[in-house]
Structure formats: C-alpha cells, structure tokens
Design a binder for this molecule. Structure first.
Ligand SMILES: Nc1ncnc2c1ncn2[C@@H]1O[C@H](COP(=O)(O)OP(=O)(O)OP(=O)(O)O)[C@@H](O)[C@H]1O
Length: 301
C-alpha cells in the first residue's frame, strides 16, 4: 500500500534522511525505532506531506492528491484546541472529514462518552491519547501514522492503547505505522520493524524472524571475580560491562565451555555465575548499533 524509494531529505546542509526505501502492505503494523534525532518524525512528516522531499519517490496505492482522504496522523504534539470540549472537537473532525461516523458511538467505543462535555485540558494523559487516536479514525483511513504512540503514559494506559490499536488494525484492516522508544510495545504490536540510525535504515525484518535469528546465538555470562581480574583483558570474549567485581561477557552459544576453560587455565577465581539469553531490547540495541548506559537507557552508538 506504500512504497518508498531512495527518499532523501535535507534541512539546509543537514542530510537528515538518507536513501530511505521501504514497502508496507495493507493491514500491516510496522514500527520504526531509533535514537533521539535519528529521523523518525521527519520520515513521518515526509510520508504525510508535511515536509517535501529532496529526492526519491513515495507511492501510495491511492491518488496522492487526495492523500488526506486516506491517511491519518497522530503527531507527537496534538494540534487540537486544549480549551475545546471533547464532543465539540469530535464534531469538528467529523465535519472536516465529512465522516458518517456516529460521535456517541465512537466515544463509547473509546470509553470517553462520560467525558464528552469535559475540556480536553481536563482529560488525563491516557484519555487524551485515546481521544487523539479516536480522531484519527473519522476519515476511515487506510493507514494511520502514530509518532510515539504511548510516550508519557503509565503501564496500564499503554496497554489499553495497545489493545485499541490492535482492534483498529484487525476490525478495520487499517495499516499502522508507528514510532516508538519502547521495545515491549514494538514486540507486542508490530509485525515488522525498521531501525533507523542517523537517517539510514540499518535493519528491517519481521520481529519474529529477528528474534529467532539473534536470540539463539548469543548469551551473556556474568561472573563475580574474586582473584585474577587483571587477566580478564586477555579473555577472547567481548566484555560488555564491568561493575565492581562483576563482569559480563558476550559468549556465543557453542563457546561456553571455552569461556570457563580459559578462566580455569588462567587461575581466575570467580563465583556467582549468571548465564542468560539476550533480551529483545539487548538484541535490538546490538543490531541497531546502539549502546545502553548504566541506567539502561538507549544512547547513540
Ligand atoms: N525543521 C527542521 N529544521 C532543521 N532540523 C530539523 C528540523 N526538524 C528536525 N530536524 C533535525 O533532524 C533530525 C531528526 O529529527 P527527528 O525529529 O526526525 O528525530 P526523531 O528520530 O523523531 O527524534 P525523537 O526520538 O527525539 O523524537 C534532528 O537532528 C533534528 O534536530
């Protein structure tokens, strides 16, 4: 339903999107992840014609002149009036999109009927987010773009939003393109993933395939070294972290034995061994070329 070929975008001399190519099928949920400033919002802006592009092609399976009849966008900031009432904003959207949807029904569907006479600024974060998702549906879009779907929401509200997105996707066969910083969200919702780094797509694939491909191979082995730590630097394994006496290494599945053999042969004394598979988050960080700081935040690689 959407094909992008060699899209390039500059802001002045700054080359923000570099040769982006991707294809999305009708009914898919795809996620775009990447560090702050990687170019996620800019790509959404280009795909939704908020920004022009400098080269490349964007082809939808509908006439791009009527793009806003077929797409909806929920940006990071909401552009509707905070001082308006929930019902009035729905009415405005219905009118603007010449929608046949019944406002009361849609509000009930999104559990906002009771709140219809409240000012938007008096809604909670989760309710506001539900409203902004609801508003994207008035024009019965073929594809909806969500920029940072659940940023700022608590865990319960996030899960409610996920359920809503799944429902919209299933029941109305709407294609969903979302950006997110949360890999649990991506894993739960998306069929496919694109990783963008410094304006380039560095990885794409079905979530399940990526998991199968990457998680079976590597493990972390964590040891607390009580003597001989100075010899660890000769260990032919990548040390991924070191906190006090606790050292963590990346070890390929078939080299576990070699790892411990090296420790014993070099008289490195250790205790508290922990072995674990890489988590989804760690896999993505590795394949996306990112790094994780001590607090567990993703930082640019
Ligand atoms: N209108 C603009 N003029 C100049 N530079 C811009 C403009 N909009 C974005 N940029 C720059 O383009 C880069 C990509 O920004 P963008 O907002 O697309 O990143 P992002 O991946 O969505 O980041 P975040 O996760 O922080 O929302 C950043 O370096 C940003 O400063």
């Amino acid at each position: 339903m959407l094909k992008v070929e060699k899209l390039n975008k500059y802001f002045g001399a700054f080359h923000v999107l570099k040769d982006i190519s991707l294809e999305i099928e009708q009914g898919e949920i795809v996620a775009l992840i990447g560090h702050n400033g990687a170019g996620k919002s800019t790509l959404i802006h280009c795909l939704t014609q908020v920004h022009g592009i400098d080269s490349g092609e964007i082809v939808y399976d509908f006439d791009r002149k009527k793009i806003y009849d077929h797409i909806s966008v929920q940006f990071q900031e909401n552009y509707y009036e905070d001082n308006g009432k929930v019902y009035d904003i729905c009415k405005l959207y219905k009118k603007l999109t010449k929608s046949k949807k019944n406002i009361d029904e849609v509000l009930s569907q999104f559990d906002l009927y009771e709140k219809r006479n409240l000012l938007v600024k008096h809604l909670s974060g989760g309710q506001k987010q539900r409203l902004s998702i609801l508003l994207t549906l008035f024009n019965s879009p073929k594809i909806i773009f969500f920029d940072e779907l659940t940023t700022g929401l608590d865990p319960v509200a996030r899960r409610e939003i996920w359920a809503m997105i799944r429902k919209i996707n299933k029941e109305e066969n709407v294609t969903i393109f979302l950006t997110s910083h949360f890999l649990d969200e991506v894993e739960f919702l998306a069929d496919r993933l694109f990783v963008i780094k410094h304006g380039e797509i560095v990885l794409e694939g079905r979530i399940k395939d990526l998991l199968d491909q990457y998680s079976k191979d590597d493990k972390w082995i964590e040891i607390e070294v009580t003597s001989g730590a100075d010899k660890l630097k000769f260990l032919p394994f990548e040390r991924v972290s070191e906190k006090g006496d606790v050292h963590r290494f990346k070890v390929e599945a078939d080299r576990e034995y070699a790892f411990f053999e090296f420790l014993v042969q070099n008289h490195i004394v250790f205790q508290n061994v922990k072995i674990k598979q890489m988590t989804l988050e760690e896999i993505f960080i590795q394949i996306g070329g990112y790094a994780m700081n001590d607090e567990g935040d993703i930082v640019n690689g």
